[in-house]
Design a binder for this molecule. Structure first.
Ligand code: ATP
Ligand code: MG
Length: 594
């Protein structure tokens, strides 16, 4: 509980506004919202019955003390009726709130997954995937706690407390004032006593957190720890933190024990006061003894909610923060759905970049600064250049993941703004630096939903990508589920699978971004030759750090700080003795040393 309050607490950032979030959840819940209102209504009726039951008990007691049998019997019937109604309403309240959340969480998850799947690349890359997961799990639980329980309970509690106060005032205003005011006074005093413990228990939590951090680090970084012989150091620091935690928690325990004892005694004070003053009033004949008992019962519904109010408010505000985090996901920018699909125009280049400039959101220097080039049918163009020179950015813009700040990108002669992003990507076979393998069979991972691809074609693509041998060595060949061998697939094998995928996709333009970096020189050559064969009608845009693997390209564009500084085939660029020559010579030296 404590740690949840620390994590989700409102301490950081501005206070989240509760009602806008709740309103939004209700709107999303749509036709399921009425269930929540019925559940709250049941709660309000239960609150009325709580006061009614105190009143009936009071009358019953007075009837017993006054020897009034008919009233007593009547009150017994009332009590039975109230108890019956209470159990029905309690069940109804639970059922309705459960039913509400089933529907609401379905709608909410649906809305979230639909939004996330349509998010723009820019939005998706700014959301940390771990954080999105936590939003989808623990924050969603926070939303549930907020709308299904805590907020309705707070509301019903306030209604119940107000009704109880009204009833007490109606019985006897003086005793009511004692009952209502004594409790907060006592709780304020106990709260004061508690203050030092709060600070102490925070320190205890921190010490425990430090110890856990050391333990986690030594597990996560186990390899580094062993390699650098840091075991003793980490263990020493772990022992220091746990010692501190132990002594702090013992001290907290002692103080807490004392305060609990005082608090326990103090919490009876208001009841004893009401019993004493009420008893005096009974003796004076001003009040029935039954009413005093009703006071004692109803005080519970006033005093304890008052004591718990700050904690509940804090909890609600933490949950509202959770809700805000989840609901903000529904506002992340999504890709546009308009635009068309076009076919290559034989008279025009497949891809054209016209003076394209682009700066990533939040970055200071541009990634591309006035870049121009064209890619023609049947051509293989390589992008070379130092790390950070903008090679991957060219591809991100080409795929429509980001829009240029100025200049224009055309595919098949049409500016990207005329294209539908989905249709655009269908014309590309893209292999990038990260390959995701789904927990399906190898064959399904290669087909990726396109069942029309026959076994023959599958094998051919695999062998062109130099993946056939490794796939056939798997326990069930093409039918081996990758979930089971997922960890056993090496970086190079992963790349081969990803290349086979690209071949099967048969796009008009092949894009390879460091797609062969984990292959040895010989396999890389074979793969590139295989790909050229498969994409002889298409065009290819290839990025590779190893210049030996791009030297067979028809043209090489050498990028530096986001613009093309040299352009031409390998031999020409070598003869220039410029940037390309430098890059190439450095790599050759490295290779010879190997
Ligand atoms: N998502 C991003 N947000 C901000 N800046 C980015 C982002 N991605 C890349 N950059 C920056 O843009 C510049 C170009 O990056 P890019 O990824 O295009 O380089 P690259 O040539 O592909 O490098 P590498 O060879 O290392 O893959 C770099 O300075 C990089 O730091
Ligand atoms: Mg890159």
């Amino acid at each position: 509980m404590a740690s949840q309050a620390v994590n989700a607490g409102p301490a950081q950032g501005p206070k989240p506004r509760v009602f806008p979030q709740v309103k939004r959840v209700l709107v999303i819940s749509g036709s399921h919202s009425p269930f929540l209102f019925v559940s709250v209504l049941c709660g309000v009726l239960l609150a009325v019955l709580t006061v009614a039951s105190a009143h009936v008990s009071a009358r019953m007691l007075d009837a017993v003390l006054g020897g009034n049998l008919p009233v007593f019997v009547r009150m017994v019937w009332f009590a039975i009726a109230i108890a019956g109604a209470q159990s029905l309403l309690t069940a109804g309240k639970r059922f309705m709130s459960g039913k509400f959340w089933q529907g609401a969480s379905f709608n909410l998850r649906h809305a979230l997954s639909s939004r996330l799947s349509r998010a723009t690349a820019a939005a998706a890359s700014s959301e940390h995937s771990g954080q999105v997961l936590s939003k989808l799990t623990s924050d969603l639980q926070g939303v549930q706690a907020l709308v299904e329980t805590d907020l309705p309970d707070l509301f019903v509690g306030l209604v119940r407390g107000s009704l109880a106060i009204a009833y007490m005032l109606w019985c006897d205003w003086m005793l009511a004032l004692v009952a209502v005011l004594a409790a907060p006074a006592v709780f304020a005093i106990v709260g004061r006593l508690n203050a030092p413990v709060m600070g102490l228990s925070q320190k205890t939590q921190e010490a425990l957190g430090d110890a856990n951090e050391v333990a986690t680090e030594s597990l996560v970084g186990a390899e580094t720890v062993r390699a650098f012989g840091l075991q003793d150091r980490l263990y020493g620091s772990f022992v220091r933190h746990t010692d501190r935690w132990l002594s702090l928690s013992l001290r907290t325990g002692r103080i807490q024990g004392a305060i609990t004892a005082v608090g326990f005694g103090a919490s009876f004070t208001p009841f004893i006061l009401v019993l004493g003053i009420g008893g005096f009033m009974v003796l004076q004949g001003r009040l029935g003894f039954g009413s005093v008992m009703a006071f004692l019962e109803l005080m519970n519904h006033v005093a304890f909610p008052m004591r718990d109010l700050p904690r509940i408010m804090n909890q609600i505000s933490g949950e509202a923060a959770s809700a805000e985090r989840v609901l903000n996901l529904l506002d992340i920018p999504v890709e546009r759905e308009d635009g068309g699909d076009f076919n290559p125009d034989p008279a025009l280049p497949l891809v054209e970049f016209w003076n394209v400039t682009f700066t990533y959101p939040g970055a200071t220097a541009p990634a591309l600064a006035g870049l121009s080039f064209a890619l023609n049918k049947g051509e293989m163009v390589a992008l070379a250049g130092a790390s950070g020179s903008g090679k991957t950015s060219v591809i991100r813009l080409l795929l429509g993941d980001y829009a240029p700040d100025s200049g224009e990108i055309r595919v098949f002669g049409h500016p990207l703004s005329e294209w539908s992003p989905k249709a655009l990507r269908r014309h590309f076979s893209c292999v990038d630096q990260s390959t995701y393998l789904f927990p399906f069979s190898v064959a399904e991972n290669l087909r990726l939903g396109r069942d029309e691809i026959g076994d023959e074609e599958l094998r051919e693509a695999a062998s062109a990508a130099q993946a056939a041998e490794f796939i056939e060595s798997l326990p069930k060949g093409y039918e081996t589920p990758l979930g089971e061998v997922g960890n056993r697939v090496s970086g190079g094998e992963r790349q081969r699978l990803s290349l086979a995928r690209a071949i099967l996709r048969r796009g008009d333009i092949l894009i390879l971004d460091e797609a062969t970096s984990a292959l040895d020189y010989r396999s890389e050559r074979q793969v590139i030759e295989g790909l050229r064969e498969h994409f002889s009608d298409a065009a290819a845009l290839v990025i590779a750090h190893r210049l030996s693997s791009v030297q067979y390209a028809d043209r090489i564009l050498v990028l530096s700080e986001g613009r093309v500084v040299e352009e031409g085939p390998h031999d020409e660029l070598m003869a220039l003795r410029g940037k390309y020559y430098q890059l190439y010579s450095i790599q050759q030296e490295g290779r010879e040393r190997e």
